[in-house]
Design a protein around this ligand. Structure first.
Ligand code: TPP
Length: 368
């Protein structure tokens, strides 16, 4: 078993933070990252923010039926994506992870196709919008039922251990998921089996309208790891470098055979829970305005400025470039057209049962 360099201690009272609100590096170690990578994090966070804005437009113009805004989660999601070994490790995401799957490399046309539920969607419109997946990139398809992906992530991690595949299963969810039985069962099983699983809570302190104060009596989410005998890391998820460095350390810790762990990335949710929610009914506009003062993009911009790596011209050009790229992908996805209704019978059974075959033929005749 390789003992890797340990920088972070679990169960810290205060959230682990490497860059403060003013953009100062406050860690006791050098980050050692090259300028291109530091700027890449900014680019990816900006792209995630612009994607969020585009998804809001798609819902307002009636082109999609559901979105789960991820603005405020960008630093956490970009940190997670960069810490994973893309296409080697497995990600078990949840519906608010559009920025995460985009950063991991899900093609933009697929992202918009999935949102539109049309022929550009690899699932051919048979999934809910904001529920992506990717066979190629080892991304488990999102499931709406809260925490139902925790046991599959534990199972995948246990299999990775048996097969000595050198992979890690990273599983994300919100704070509300921690109240589900599946959450307990899955984490307990992965922990007791010493499986390479990293469970990550993107804690935005709300489960739809339910505030964290009504969700748990625990001091924070990370301390729940005590009960399973695994480390729990409490992290400032508005700090992209803290999210990245902690995630990298714990993923490599799991890969080296030290078993499962829990990470809590404390984030903000700038939007409503989803397009089906009006958050003004339970969250004061003052509270929201105060949260908006803690924008992960602004904090990281301040950090980059201090390194001489950010200026307004560069950022504006970047914004333009990303917006054009996203718009082109959206237009391509919009042109893909409706999926063939007959595809609803595909990909469910290896050999289609007789009754579905009969129904498929009936529909085919109807369509003719
Ligand atoms: C088993 C189950 N119960 C209830 C719901 C309805 N529901 C959808 S999202 C949600 C809140 C989840 O909140 P959280 O886990 O904190 O994640 P967030 O949406 O805040 O990122 C609920 C209760 C569901 N999808 N599945």
């Amino acid at each position: 078993m390789v003992q890797e360099k340990i920088r972070f201690q679990p169960f810290s009272g205060e959230p682990i933070r490497l860059v403060d609100e003013q953009g100062h590096w406050v860690a006791s170690f050098e980050h050692g990252l090259p300028p291109e990578q530091l700027r890449r994090f900014y680019r990816d966070m900006l792209a995630a923010r612009i994607l969020d804005e585009k998804l809001v437009i798609l819902i307002r113009t009636g082109k999609t039926s559901f979105i789960a805004p991820h603005a405020g989660h960008e630093a956490a999601q970009v940190g997670i994506a960069h810490a994973l070994r893309k296409g080697h490790d497995w990600l078990f995401p949840y519906y608010r992870d559009m920025g995460l799957v985009m950063t991991l490399g899900v093609p933009l046309v697929e992202i918009f196709g999935q949102t539109l539920g049309n022929a550009a969607d690899p699932a051919k419109g048979r999934q809910m919008p904001s529920h992506p997946g990717s066979k190629k990139l080892n991304i488990f398809t999102v499931c709406s039922a809260i925490a139902s992906h925790i046991p599959p992530a534990a199972g995948a991690a246990i299999s990775m251990k048996f097969r000595r595949s050198g992979q890690v299963a990273v599983c994300t969810f919100g704070d509300g998921a921690t109240s589900e039985g599946d959450w307990h069962a899955g984490i307990n099983f992965a922990a007791v089996q010493g499986a390479p699983a990293v469970f990550v809570c993107e804690n935005n302190r709300y489960a739809i309208s339910v505030n964290i104060s009504k969700q748990t009596a625990s001091e924070n989410i990370a301390v729940k790891a005590h009960a399973y005998g695994i480390p729990g890391y409490h992290v400032d998820g508005l700090d992209v470098l803290a999210s990245y460095f902690v995630m990298q350390e714990v993923i490599e810790r799991a890969r080296a055979g030290h078993g499962a762990c829990l990470v809590e990335l404390v984030v903000n949710r700038f939007g409503a829970h989803s397009s089906a929610d009006d958050d003004s009914r339970y969250r004061s506009r003052e509270e929201l305005a105060a949260e908006r003062q803690h924008d992960p993009l602004v904090r990281y911009q301040r950090f980059l400025e201090k390194q001489g790596l950010w200026d307004a011209n560069w950022a504006n050009e970047l914004k333009l470039e990303i917006s054009k790229e996203l718009e082109a992908a959206l237009q391509e996805a919009l042109q893909a057209g409706e999926p063939d209704p007959l595809e609803m019978f595909d990909d469910v059974f290896a050999a289609r049962p007789w009754h579905l075959e009969e129904q498929r033929q009936l529909l085919a005749e109807e369509l003719r």
